[in-house]
Design a protein around this ligand. Structure first.
Ligand code: 13P
Length: 248
């Protein structure tokens, strides 16, 4: 089964109007790599100007609310980010699971809101260092998959990102063997839950992906792309990751 590689950026709470200039080089690299899908999730305030600046590049949200509208001060809905130009959203990032106490059920509801409103979703899972050291990494991650996988999960709108919490923003990464083993475990869990659709679904790795390690990580079995934080903030760092995927 060949799956198109997806290289997605996540700007987190970074970026401003001036930073949008970085998208020009990223969009050009995406155009030059037709075999690779490229996407960037930006802060909600930047979705509309990012989409206006590079309409050919897939711009996304970093989070949405599970409800379509209502009394949820400070939140944005799937329909709102879609209207602003987002074609996808991240859900269940570990920073939101930790900082906003989001549960698997919350994440599932957000993913279902994305589907209901016709945007794609990247659903994040990942263990903490304590959980890995205790030998529980696969159990934790597969339980997150079981708990947060939305109704109607299908490869044409949903991808999974494995992001070990201890690898995010730390410069540390698991070994390629550990990544492959975890992605294999995620694939097996997905097969048990959604059957053959699991083989079409893209599994991204995230956590300290850089131009230096991208080729190795993207080449691991069952790794169908990357979710990139820090290195997605500049074209200088993100473009070589796109190029590495294009060469595989
Ligand atoms: P870094 O690439 O900065 O480690 O962040 C990874 C991440 O959390 C992407 O969602």
């Amino acid at each position: 089964m060949t799956r198109r590689k997806l290289i997605a950026g996540n700007w987190k709470m970074n970026g401003d109007a001036a930073a949008l200039a970085e998208l020009d080089g990223i969009a050009a690299a995406a155009k030059a790599a037709p075999r690779v899908d490229v996407a960037i999730a930006v802060p909600a305030t930047l979705i509309a100007p990012a989409h206006a600046r590079v309409p050919g590049l897939s711009i996304g949200a970093e989070d949405i609310h599970a409800a379509d509208k209502g009394a949820h001060t400070g939140c944005v809905s799937a329909a709102m980010v879609k209207e602003a130009g987002a074609s996808f959203t991240i859900v269940g990032h570990s920073e939101r699971r930790a900082d906003q106490h989001e549960t698997d059920a919350d994440v599932r509801g957000k993913a279902e809101a994305a589907r209901r409103n016709g945007i794609a979703a990247i659903l994040c899972v990942g263990e903490t260092l304590e959980q890995r050291d205790a030998g529980h990494a696969e159990a934790v991650v597969t339980a997150q998959i079981a708990g947060s996988l939305p109704e109607g999960a299908a490869a044409d709108w949903l991808s999974i990102a494995y992001e070990p919490v201890w690898a995010i923003g730390t410069g540390r990464t698991p070994t390629v063997g550990d990544v492959a083993a975890m992605h294999g475990a995620i694939r097996a869990k997905l097969r048990a839950l959604i059957g053959g659709e699991a083989d079409k679904m893209r599994l991204l790795y995230g956590g300290s992906v850089t131009p230096d390690n991208a080729t190795e990580l993207l080449g691991a079995s069952d790794v169908d792309g990357a979710l990139v934080g820090g290195a997605s903030l500049t074209a200088a760092k993100f473009v070589p990751i796109i190029e590495a995927a294009a060469k595989l």
